[in-house]
Design a protein around this ligand. Structure first.
Ligand code: SAM
Length: 383
């Protein structure tokens, strides 16, 4: 056990191994004292504290455009960086200090300049496309904002409503657009054999829980002979979807404000999609049955949902397992419970998803993956 010997400056790095250290001490020797194990656990949590703060600074860096500014500049002073980003120098300097301590930004004390190394620009700027991890850091900040409201529901049950999250639709649209812009037409739709050809010929497609509608608008542009309908119960999201469609001159897509638990279409569509929109439903089983009924014979349902196991013990190995449970606690499960729903949760898992699809009457169900989207499973189910 070397945790106590490390200098304070190295605690963060050491903490990365601390979970393993705790487990090694437990299993190898059987001699670790509670004090030693507690020292390892403490080191781990110091690291977590620091990493959580880095996540918030990263979210700020994304929203202020500071990563884009740094990536475009040669080594620059805080004044030059603030000027280029049209931001207040004192705030920018403090942020640069934090990101330098995080070993993300590099500081040259002699020159008084900061730079973003290319390996970090590659994962924290728009150049990274769907791999821009700075986008996801906004979710950490959103969780912090919602903490007090969620704690109330720990005490008295029930849950929150989508309206409680002012930035939810904006963050969600940005997160999914990064994947869809890169892969929807050329990588995701071809997961369903013959779907691209049928879309070329002209079919009727619905998207369930379409949010701000970017997926529908992308498909409508790519397949002008097909007709698209997006359903969402958020007026704000549907408003954004319609505005984007107008801006792009799209005429083969419509958007409807509708609670899809009340979707009452019989055989109206050849294909239905749902992008991360089933697990947070209040009544997911009813929605799956409604989708099944809305499809014509030979129709197909492409359900994209979080890749995880239905067994908590399997999710320990998932590098972002805790993040998924946290998002569920603070948002996805809570909005379902807030509508007196089932509270299925973000981590309902592949096994449960497959069985619920089968219970809704789907057949020929397959689970697939897309390289550029490690967070999701792609379920293809047929009528
Ligand atoms: C996680 S977001 C996904 C949005 C979008 N598909 C995307 O990928 O960006 C889930 C969406 O489902 C919508 N939603 C949840 N329950 C719904 C319901 N019962 N009826 C209609 N929309 C619903 C929410 O308003 C939200 O826009």
């Amino acid at each position: 056990m070397t945790i106590q010997e490390t200098s304070t400056g190295d605690l963060t790095i050491e903490a990365l191994d601390a979970v393993e250290t705790v487990e090694t001490v437990e299993s190898d020797t059987g001699e670790a004292t509670t004090e030693e194990l507690a020292a390892a656990a403490a080191a781990r949590f110091v690291g977590i504290l620091n990493d959580a703060a880095i996540a918030v600074l990263t979210s700020i860096g994304h929203q202020t455009g500071l990563f884009e500014v740094l990536a475009a500049l040669p080594p620059a002073s805080s004044e030059q960086i603030a000027d280029a980003g049209d931001l207040d120098e004192r705030y920018v300097r403090e942020w640069l200090g934090g990101m330098t301590a995080a070993r993300v930004v590099r500081y040259d004390p002699a020159a008084g300049t900061y730079r973003l190394p290319p390996e970090y620009a590659a994962v924290l700027t728009s150049a990274a496309g769907p791999n821009n991890l700075a986008i996801l850091m906004q979710h950490t900040s959103m969780m912090g904002e919602m903490e007090q409201k969620v704690i109330e529901h720990f005490r008295r049950g029930g849950g929150l409503s989508y309206e409680d999250y002012p930035l939810f639709h904006r963050n969600m649209a940005e997160t999914s657009a990064a994947v869809h812009d890169l892969a929807l037409v050329d990588g995701i739709l071809p997961l369903v054999p013959d779907l691209p050809e049928r879309l070329e010929d002209g079919i009727d497609v619905a998207d369930i829980g379409c949010g701000s509608g970017h997926a529908i608008n992308l498909m409508a542009q790519a397949f002008p002979a097909s007709r698209f309908t997006g359903y969402d119960f958020s007026e704000a999201a549907v408003g954004a979807a319609r505005a984007e469609a107008r801006r792009l001159g799209i005429t083969n897509a419509v958007f409807e404000v509708l609670d899809v638990a009340r979707l009452d279409v019989r055989g109206g569509f050849d294909a239905v999609t749902a992008f991360d929109a089933i697990h947070d439903q209040a009544h997911p089983a009813r929605v799956l049955r409604n989708i099944r009924r809305a499809l014509r014979p030979g129709g197909v349902f492409l359900m994209v949902d979080i890749k995880a196991s239905s067994n908590v013990e399997d999710n320990i190995a998932l590098p972002w397992g805790s993040y998924l449970y946290a998002i569920s606690t603070v948002h996805c499960m809570s909005v379902s419970l807030g509508l007196d729903g089932d509270g299925l949760g973000t981590v309902w898992g592949g096994q449960r998803a497959l069985s619920m699809l089968a219970e809704a009457g789907f057949g020929g169900i397959e689970s697939k993956g897309v390289d550029s989207d490690p967070f999701n499973s792609y379920f293809v189910a047929r009528t």
